[in-house]
Design a binder for this molecule. Structure first.
Ligand SMILES: [Ca+2]
Ligand SMILES: [Ca+2]
Length: 616
């Protein structure tokens, strides 16, 4: 009897659910948001909504306007939410002239407490950011490795493009390791649902903007990770995509009309040529193809001129930040979106969360090219409001040539010196994110020809130069790989899976060289944490002499001297060569070896070595 009753109850629930089946985006909102006029998008997979008229009878919530689309299964509703609106279930009654009314339920909630102090805190040069891929870092819950009903059912750690089973719980369990490196903030590749048949490991083909991928542990695991980070005083950086979705997104599979994505007579890819956006001589057809061409054939290019699409995206950004307690946002493929839309979206985020930091993936070639896409100092017809960029210039034209080219007028250390001098283009270069490598770039150890000393110099520079340093998982233990194809730089973090022979987290099975680099990152990462000069101090660099390049980080409390010799012989460098920064001091102490040098003398910098000296 009990079983039959249970079955009946189940059938009743299913009937009730299917009677309430329209999906509503955003799935819920909050009272007390500055953004209190929002647009709900209703999508019913089966039924016609075009004849329906929505009605909301709930204290503090009003319907302002209804929109219908060529596809009758969609309806959009502008609503206004008063500050005193009651939280809880908000019934939406859909009336029809010919059919019985249907009532569906939406939610208004209390806001997450503590914004600006417990979340949306921003990210700055005092932070040390760590980038990881959830599928590739650690498997905390083998039960979610495959989720029935999802399009991709691969699970094979031997294939770089299959899923490996890593998840958010795996990352949460290893936050102690990140903390031991001196890391203060975590950036993960997008964690929203990527329900596509293959290549879902990277997360950039989002198929639902209001659902965390269940293979990563879903919303519960993401919230738990956010809470764990915040309890440790660490920050959560979200990866957002303005430019495209995945092909299996409901807005592509069953679009409201043909104007939500860019349509071309035949598949047209972007040229990836950012120059067409600012070049005074650019052909309009080239500019259009850069912005409106698809980044990839599996990723429809969003038409930001469609106001409903724009509202949907902006709301999804605010929704994720509030729902999961995000502190900063990295914006993917920044140069490919409609830049006026990006300004509007950024402005909406910064108005709601004034302390938050936004930084864009500006994978472009040239310091001025990069500065065009953030808050620069020059006059252009387009002014970006983006606070920061990922600083690919100091990677491509800075640290890489410094370690890989013979010194010349513009080569080797002079390339690094010159590129840093171009910081005058930025309003505040300290808001840029510095990197050695990431999920698209070759691992730094491979770039420098597997020279472990050069890898150490890379990290020494990363943790002492200006800006927000970002490390890529595994490179601190010398993981290798060229990004051709990109799967080769997305291998598993050793120790993240039960039975791994090598464990980066405990050090078990790591070789001497691997341990040395990991130890260097730990020591410099933690030194940086205590160093006001490195976190927030000013920077002064000196013209390189031969293969020797030196810069200083300094404030009222502290002066740190960083000196790099890329030559083949030791260099004897007198401190008197840097009069402005050394005059007040008596000794210089190597922060790693403890060796001390009198400042009225000189320091011997061995070949291909970088020293970090604190002046006393
Ligand atoms: Ca798992
Ligand atoms: Ca685009």
């Amino acid at each position: 009897m009990k079983k039959i009753f249970g079955l009946l109850l189940f059938c009743f629930r299913v009937a009730q659910l299917s009677a309430q089946s329209p999906d509503i985006y955003p799935t819920h909102w909050w009272t007390g948001m500055k953004t209190n006029k929002i647009q709900l998008l209703l999508h019913d997979k089966e039924r016609d909504l075009s004849e329906r008229t929505p009605e909301i009878i709930h204290p503090g919530v009003r319907v302002l306007k209804t929109y219908r689309f060529r596809n009758p299964r969609y309806l959009a509703i502008d609503i206004a939410i008063a500050p005193e609106a009651r939280t809880g279930a908000v019934p939406i009654r859909l009336r029809s002239a010919t059919k019985p009314p249907v009532t569906i339920s939406w939610q208004l909630r209390e806001r997450r407490p503590g914004r600006g102090t417990q979340f949306a805190q921003g990210l700055n040069s005092a932070d040390f950011l760590y980038l990881a891929i959830a599928d590739r870092f650690a498997n905390g819950d083998p039960a979610n490795d495959r989720v029935p009903g999802m399009r991709e059912q691969t699970l094979n750690r031997d294939s770089m493009y299959h899923r490996h089973g890593g998840d958010l719980e795996g990352i949460a369990r290893n936050l102690g390791y990140l903390e031991s490196l001196g890391v203060t903030a975590l950036w993960l590749l997008p964690v929203l649902e990527n329900d596509r048949p293959s290549r879902s490991e990277h997360g950039y083909a989002i198929t639902n903007h209001f659902r965390v991928d269940p293979r990563l542990g879903g919303a519960t695991a993401y919230r738990a990770l956010s809470d764990s980070l915040h309890r440790r005083g660490m920050k959560l950086v979200m990866d957002a995509v303005y430019n495209h979705t995945g092909l299996q997104h409901h807005l592509e599979l069953d679009p409201p009309d043909s104007s939500w994505m860019h349509r071309w007579p035949r598949y047209t890819q972007t040229t990836y040529r950012e120059q067409t956006l600012f070049d005074p001589y650019a052909a309009p057809s080239d500019t259009k193809r850069m912005s409106d061409g698809w980044f990839d054939d599996g990723m429809p290019d969003i038409n930001h001129h469609n106001p409903h699409m724009a509202a949907y995206l902006i709301q999804s950004m605010l929704w994720q930040i509030e729902e999961f307690g995000v502190d900063a946002v990295r914006i993917d493929t920044y140069t490919y979106s409609d830049l006026n839309f990006s300004n509007r979206c950024n402005a909406a985020i910064m108005a709601e969360y004034p302390r938050i930091h936004l930084f864009g993936e500006t994978r472009v070639f040239g310091p001025s090219n990069q500065a065009y896409f953030n808050q620069n100092i020059f006059q252009t017809n387009y002014k970006s409001n983006l606070p920061g960029s990922i600083d690919f210039q100091l990677l491509y034209f800075g640290i890489k040539p410094a370690l890989m080219q013979a010194t010349g007028w513009m080569e080797g250390v002079n390339s690094l010196y010159n590129t840093l001098a171009n910081d005058f283009l930025n309003r505040d270069a300290n808001r840029n994110v510095l990197l050695l490598d990431n999920h698209d770039e070759s691992r730094f150890l491979s770039v420098v020809g597997e020279d472990w000393e050069k890898l150490k110099i890379g990290y020494t520079w990363l943790l002492t130069c200006r800006g927000i340093p970002q490390a890529y998982y595994g490179s601190e233990i010398g993981m290798k790989g060229f990004a051709h194809p990109d799967g080769l730089v997305r291998a598993d973090m050793p120790g993240g899976w039960a039975g791994d022979k090598v464990n980066a987290f405990t050090g078990d099975g790591l070789g001497t060289k691997e341990k040395e680099v990991q130890d260097l990152v730990k020591r410099l990462g933690n030194y940086r944490r205590r160093s006001s000069a490195l976190k927030t101090g000013r920077l002064m660099q000196y013209v390189p002499v031969g293969d020797v390049y030196a810069y200083f980080r300094y404030d009222e409390q502290q002066t740190v001297m960083c000196i790099l010799n890329t030559g083949r012989t030791a260099a004897e460098v007198p401190f008197a060569r840097f009069p402005e920064r050394t005059a007040r001091f008596r000794s210089a102490q190597d922060v790693l070896s403890g060796n001390s040098y009198p400042v009225n003398g000189s320091v011997s910098v061995p070949p291909m070595r970088m020293l970090v000296l604190e002046l006393r």
